[in-house]
Design a protein around this ligand. Sequence first.
Ligand code: AMP
Ligand code: ZN
Length: 465
Amino acid sequence: MRVYNTLKRQVEEFKPLSDNTVKIYTCGPTVYHYVHIGNLRTFIFEDFLEKALNFLGYRVIRVMNITDVGHLTSDSDEGDDKMELGANREGKNVWDIAEFYINAFKKDMDELNCKIPDLLPRATDHIKEMIELIRVLEEKGYTYRTSDGIYYDTSKFADYHKLMGKANMDGIKEGARIEFNKEKKNPTDFALWKFSPTDVKRQMEWDSPWGKGFPGWHIECSAMSMKYLGETLDIHCGGIDHIQVHHTNEIAQSEAATGKNFANYWMHAEFLVLQNNEKMSKSADNFLTLSVIKDKGFLPVEYRYFCALAHYRKQLEFSFSGLESAKNGYRHLKNSVEEIVEKADPSKIQAVNTENIYYKNFVAALSNDLNIPSALSILWDAIRDKNLSYEERLSLVSEFDRVLSFDLIKKTEESISDEIYELVRKRDNFKKNKDYKNADEIRDIIKQKGYIVEDTPKGTKVKKI
Ligand code: AMP
Ligand code: ZN
C-alpha cells in the first residue's frame, strides 16, 4: 500500500514496524457535544483505512482517545475547558455530559457502519500516565513553570516544525504572537499541566507534583498512545486542523520523552466544509449532526456513501443537494445489487476469484493512497459487467463491501459468512505462494465449519457440506 505521509509531504510505500500488524492511533472526539458531520467525515476515512488494511491482509490494532478534559476553547492554552463549558450550558455534571456524549458518539459510529476502534481510552482515566510523562519531560529539562501551569519549551526540541514544514512554521509564529501569553518563552510553547483557577471551582481537577489542576490537551494523546501501542506507532490519523498544533505538540513531547520516532506515518483527512468555504465547528452555530441528516430523511449510510465520493485528501463541500445526489446513487446501487442477489443461484456462489480484474483493480485502488472513490467506481463497473455471472458479481460485491460497508447484501441464514470467505481468501493466498501445507490446514478448518472448497478453472468454489 502507498499512502500520503504528511511528515514527508509525499506518497510513499507503507511498511508497518512488525510484519503485518498495523498499530493506529486516531484522535477522537471531545465529548462536550454531539460530534458534527465534519468530525464524522474524518472518522469514516479512518474506518475505510482500517478496513482497507484488513482487506490487504494486515491485522490492525486501533486506539481512539476520548477527550473528556483539558481541551480549551483556544489552541493557545487560553479560554475555558470545553467540557466544563458543556456542563454549564446544559446545567449538568461534567461527568454526566461526558457519558452522554460518548454514548451518542458510539451510536453515530454504529449507524454509519464504522467499526468502534479496539480501544477507546478516556483521558480522565489516564491522569497518572500523563503526570508520569510530564515528570519525564521535566527531568529532561523540557518544561518550565508559569503562573498558570507547567509548559513545554518548544525551542528545546530541534525538529519542532517537522510535521508542518518550515514554511508553515513562520505563519504559526506570526499568528500566535497576537494572543501570545507573555509568560510563555516562545509563542509555540504549550501547557502540559494547567493549575486550577483560584476564583472558580473546577468540576474536574487532580493533585499533581506541581499543584492541583488538569492536564493539557496534547499530553493525553501521547500518554495513551504510548500506553496502548508502545513508543512508536505505525499510523497516526486525524483531521488536517490538527497538523499545526495538536499533532506537532504530540510529536514534540513524545519524542523528547523517548528519543524515538513517535509515529512513522501521519495521515490527515481534509475538511468537510459548508458552502462558501465556511468551516464547520462545534462551538459555532453552524454545526450539523447525524441526527439533523436523519431528520431530513437521509439514512446514515447515505452520508457514508457521500463521503466515499471524494478522496480523503480533497476538501469536501457539504450541501443537502449534494447529499440528495449521493442518496440517489446509493439507492440505485442498492437496487442493482438486490437484482443480482435475486438472480444469483445460491448453490453456485463461489469465493471471490482474486485473479479477477475487478478484484485486482479494487486492491490497486485501495493501495493507491486509499482511493475510495476509485474503489467505488470499480464496484459499479463490476456490477454492470454482463460478462460476469450473477454469482461472480455477487461475490465481488460481498467482498468489496467488507471495506465500503454500505450494507449492500442483506445477510440471510443461508448465505456464506464473511468468516468463511475470509478463510477461503487466506487459503487462496497461501496457494498463490505455493504454501500448500498452510492452504490444506485452512481447507480443514473450513471443513470443520461445515463447508467444502473446490478448485475450479474459474476460481475457488465454496459449498455447504
Ligand atoms: P475534535 O472533537 O474537535 O477534536 O475533532 C475530532 C476529529 O474531527 C479530529 O480528527 C478533527 O481533526 C476532525 N475534524 C474537526 N472538524 C472537521 C471537519 N470540518 N471536517 C473533517 N474533520 C474534522
Ligand atoms: Zn490527539
